[in-house]
Write a protein that binds this ligand. Structure first.
Ligand code: 5GP
Ligand code: ZN
Length: 119
């Protein structure tokens, strides 16, 4: 994690192994683990190990790393058997986006029909 973020940021602490999480995939630069409060039969969070506050900061600061997050999400979708029926990949961003944890993360949701995007 970025120096100085480890104590402040929940997901940096998961990267550091200071908080347990149910891991589903790890690459040198990314991590995927199950959401603690799943909103679908499959609900996995995919993050860059390096701290970026949100997906906009990530994509503008390190587009290759943003691509690695997408590739990890696709690999998890395949492992979880979601490629046939489909899935949703979502980045809540900022206040209006409903973001609660300010370490960029993709929500990978699937395993059942998800309905309209906005409820
Ligand atoms: P956001 O609203 O920021 O897009 O989503 C944050 C997500 O992180 C939520 O879906 C929430 O359930 C999940 N979350 C919050 N704390 C923890 C935790 O300690 N462990 C895990 N695995 N997920 C968490
Ligand atoms: Zn962080």
């Amino acid at each position: 994690y970025t120096a100085g973020m480890g104590t402040d940021c929940l997901f940096c602490r998961i990267v550091a192994g200071e908080i347990p999480a149910t891991m589903v995939r790890e690459t040198p630069t990314t991590l995927a683990f199950r959401d603690i409060n799943p909103k679908a039969p499959v609900h996995v969070l995919v993050i860059p190990k390096e701290h970026y506050a949100d997906v906009a900061t990530l994509a503008q600061g390190d587009p290759a790393l943003a691509g690695e997050v997408l590739a990890t999400a696709a690999a998890v979708a395949e492992d979880e058997g979601l490629l046939g029926d489909g899935f949703r990949l979502m980045f809540n961003t900022g206040t209006y986006g409903g973001q609660e944890v300010f370490h960029a993360h993709a929500h990978l949701l699937g395993g059942a029909p998800l309905g309209p995007m906005l409820a």
